[in-house]
Ligand binder design. Structure first.
Ligand code: NAD
Length: 481
């Protein structure tokens, strides 16, 4: 007899227990042969005073089973509680968020009946590193981190996903026309890796026009790969455009563990009423079955679910008098899916999970180290005056040969020398010191310069080294420089 595969399960908050019970009933009736290890997460754990929302012992179960089926949880408002989702994704390095967004027209209303797009979102980096500071009275900052290994992993994952699941095209979205170094790294890495998959079409969109096209003409997209924040936004747009955020499941995949969930929240407004739609979590569970190699069960559950939708048996959120036949509650919907196990839809396209073997996971490449040299520094000051010329003329007296003041920017716009009088300035000034020809300096000279500036009475809030890598300058210019 085959051994049952253990998975970790959290029933979550709000509608979580209802939709999880419905989902597990369907998995059991489909003979998924899973062993459930339940852990407690979410509101009750937060309210015990554990700010992460997860009991320390729960990590052992996750590490042991390596597969996590999670219902939505409620993050209590205020009180400095950390997002549990972000904690789990980052702590366990679940770097790929995979959200299939599919239309079920005419059974679920959508303007885009042919949509079948998978959004693959980088899940750990970008502005979600959560490194934020208030630096002056007027200015706050959030650091956007885009790394080479993180970018390579997610882009390779997207191409491997497309190859394994027979997808034709991978579209990259970034904003490298503005963020030339961070988003530039993402786009360049995509271009480089795309060449290794010649059978898969590739294209790049700037995220703003890409999102607009996704909302208006989603059928043109197959797989989309993008950074964390852009992916967060466009995956909700895509799910909504496909018909309903209530229908989409999502997978969070790492090299060692994976978590599966619905994309919606805990819906406290309808909790305990047996009216929630369990479909998002059930489709997340279908992704899980494929992940653990139970493709036949995944196909059986998914096709029974499609048949239920096609038969017009709908929960309240997708019910409409024109196309629906029967309004059902959460439990009755699960019963209807169970009744159809073994059946396939006739109008909607049945799914097939008959892919050979398992998906090739990206292998981390060693970093090639370049020759790095410090050629100057950006010294950020709080200065409460308004005239950049006054600041520049005074600060310009602070020198440590060959480091001298080259320019000052305010919110990235050059204001000294030769700024425009119209430019609005805050109390946050980026002051660039280097030599004209970017002569390399010892970092001790930067420290000495900082000391000179500090002793002249300026308020240094932070510094960034200006570096070259293999002789190439690796820092942005000021706008107008
Ligand atoms: P939500 O997704 O819970 O609800 C938004 C709206 O959609 C509500 O009207 C709700 O009734 C409806 N809805 C959601 N899921 C439904 C379903 N399965 N069936 C029928 N209707 C459904 O978003 P929210 O109200 O902004 O957030 C509520 C709580 O959920 C918050 O505490 C939030 O932090 C949390 N949240 C958790 C997750 C997660 O655990 N993955 C994700 C998002 C939000």
């Amino acid at each position: 007899m085959p051994t049952r595969i253990p998975i970790t399960v959290a029933k979550g908050d709000g509608i979580g227990p209802e939709i999880m019970d419905a989902t597990l009933r369907i998995l059991d009736e489909a003979k998924a042969d899973l062993e459930y290890r339940f852990i407690e997460i979410g509101e009750s754990v937060y309210l015990k005073g554990i700010p992460s929302g997860i009991e320390p012992t729960a990590w052992d179960s996750l590490r042991d089973t390596k597969v996590f089926l999670k219902a939505p949880i409620t993050t209590p408002q205020g009180g400095g509680y950390k997002s549990l989702n972000v904690t789990i994704r980052k702590s366990l390095s679940l770097y790929a968020n995979v959200r299939p967004c599919v239309s079920y027209s005419p059974y679920v209303y959508t303007k885009h009946p042919k949509m079948n797009t998978v959004i693959i979102r980088e899940n750990e980096e970008d502005l979600y590193a959560g490194i934020e500071h208030q630096q002056t009275d007027e200015v706050t900052q959030c650091l956007k981190l885009i790394t080479k290994p993180g970018t390579e992993r997610i882009i390779r994952y997207a191409f491997e996903y497309a190859r394994h699941f027979g997808r034709k095209k991978v579209t990259c979205m970034s904003k490298d026309n503005i963020m030339k170094i961070t988003d530039g790294l993402f786009h360049q890495t995509y271009d480089r890796i795309a060449k290794e998959y010649p059978e898969i079409e590739n294209e790049h969109y700037i995220i703003d026009i890409g999102s607009a096209r996704l909302a208006e003409d989603p059928d043109r997209f197959d797989v989309i790969v993008t950074e964390n924040l852009y992916g967060d936004i466009i995956s909700d747009i895509a799910a909504e455009v496909a018909g309903s955020v209530g229908l989409a499941g999502s997978a969070n995949i790492g090299n060692h563990l994976a978590m599966f969930e619905a994309i919606h929240g805990s819906a406290p407004d309808i909790a305990g009423q047996n009216i929630a739609n369990p479909s998002g979590l059930l489709l997340g569970a279908v992704q899980m079955l494929v992940h653990i190699g139970k493709n036949d069960i995944a196909e059986k559950v998914h096709n029974a679910w499609l048949k239920t939708i096609e038969d017009g048996i709908h929960t309240r959120d997708i019910y409409n008098a024109h196309d629906s036949k029967e309004l059902v509650g959460t439990k009755e919907f699960a019963t209807a899916v169970i009744k159809r196990l073994g059946e396939e839809p006739k109008e909607l396209e049945p799914v097939r999970y008959n892919h050979e073997g398992s998906m090739q996971m990206p292998v981390d490449q060693p970093t090639v180290r370049a020759k790095k040299e410090v050629v100057g520094c950006d010294i950020f000051l709080q200065w409460n005056g308004k005239d950049p010329k006054e600041l520049g003329d005074n600060l310009g007296k602070c020198k440590n040969d060959p480091l001298e003041l080259i320019m000052i920017t305010n919110r990235g716009v050059k204001v000294y020398p030769d700024g425009l009088p119209e430019t609005f300035c805050t109390d946050h000034w980026r002051c660039r010191f280097s030599s004209d020809d970017l002569t390399p300096v010892d970092y001790k000279e930067v420290l000495k310069l900082m000391q000179i500036i500090n002793e002249a009475g300026f308020d240094i809030i932070k510094t960034e080294n200006l570096c070259t890598f293999d002789g190439k300058p690796a820092f942005s210019l000021g706008q107008g420089q």
